[in-house]
Ligand binder design. Structure first.
Ligand code: C2E
Ligand code: MG
Ligand code: MG
Ligand code: MG
Length: 281
């Protein structure tokens, strides 16, 4: 009897394994198809400088327009792309598209200062990130000074030494480095002095609790003070309310990003927003 149960559960296990590998296989081919058929699209969310009230830079955020499912957000496909080993290919597509756009805007006379690109943690040490960025910059005849890469702390954990040498190569191209979702990872603060990082992006979860929740405002204030002491730029993510903006302004946070200023927009809407901001400010 127990043998039978064992056999049945094995059958079940096998069946679910098959379903799972089939699902992976179909995701794999859907991804490949999507990459080749322009189903991915970049959205753009401006960052605002709190000293000048002007657009400081713009972050590109990936969207997947599936003909059947509609628009799919990164949370639903980035982890899968990482698991399937497709993330580097996807990142490369994003880096190329973002630099192509930035180069085009510059040629059209726009003075957008910088485009920020999210890069997966896997990419830094496994994928010759600096080599990719270098060849894309060359291809679009764009200076690295117009590009910022957003990495998370998890990018440095597996191999600090390799991460450092890769970041140094990126810096030598003029590219700046932001630490995204700061405060949510391992937060080994020694990274901040060991690695050539330019910007800290305070995670939205801290900003969401400003100014009410006990202790939270103090943490945000401490991050901003530390960033200043270390000569880093500091950005607050996910700013939705006027009181959050005021609080951050009082602490001389450099830059904010969030729905209060502007949501992520498709390319045409973002360009309209940018020109409108220039006219009115
Ligand atoms: P992230 O880099 O921290 O990007 C900020 C996320 O917060 C974006 O979500 C943005 O739409 C959202 N957001 C902006 N302002 C507000 C606000 O005021 N309130 C709230 N509630 N949310 C706000 P999104 O676009 O869904 O992206 C989620 C994450 O997916 C990103 O987090 C980033 O880590 C990753 N991601 C996005 N695009 C790419 C990409 O091209 N490559 C890679 N590797 N990852 C990407
Ligand atoms: Mg980001
Ligand atoms: Mg990110
Ligand atoms: Mg973030």
């Amino acid at each position: 009897r127990s043998k039978e149960i064992g056999r049945n559960s094995f059958q079940l296990y096998k069946a679910s394994m098959n379903a799972r590998s089939l699902e992976r296989l179909s995701m794999l081919s859907r991804f490949q198809y999507a990459l080749e058929h322009d189903e991915f699209e970049l959205f753009f969310q401006p960052l605002q400088c709190l000293a000048s009230n002007k657009v400081a830079s713009v972050e590109c955020l990936l969207r997947w327009n599936d003909p059947n499912l509609g628009m799919i957000l990164p949370a639903q496909f980035i982890p899968l792309a990482e698991e399937l080993g497709l993330i580097i290919k996807l990142d490369q597509w994003v880096i190329n598209k973002a630099c192509e756009k930035m180069a085009l805007w510059r040629r059209q006379g726009s003075d957008v200062k910088r485009i920020a690109i999210n890069v997966s943690a896997q990419h830094l040490c496994q994928g010759e990130l600096a080599q990719t960025v270098s060849s894309v910059l060359k291809k679009h005849q764009l200076s690295g000074h117009f590009v910022e890469l957003e990495l998370t702390e998890s990018s440095f954990i597996s191999n600090l030494h390799d991460a450092k040498s890769e970041l140094k190569k990126l810096k030598s191209l003029g590219v700046s480095i932001a630490l995204d979702d700061f405060g949510t990872g391992y937060s080994a603060l020694s990274y901040l002095t060991k690695l050539p990082i330019d910007t800290l992006k305070i995670d939205a979860s801290f900003v969401a609790k400003i100014p009410d929740e006990y202790g939270n405002s103090e943490i945000v204030a401490a991050i901003i003070a530390m960033a200043k002491a270390l000569n880093l730029q500091v950005v607050a993510e996910g700013v939705e309310k006027p009181e959050q903006r005021q609080f951050l302004q009082k602490l001389a946070c450099n830059t904010i990003q969030g729905y209060m200023y502007c949501k992520p927009l498709c390319c045409d809407d973002w360009l309209r927003f940018y020109h409108q901001e220039k006219v009115t400010s």
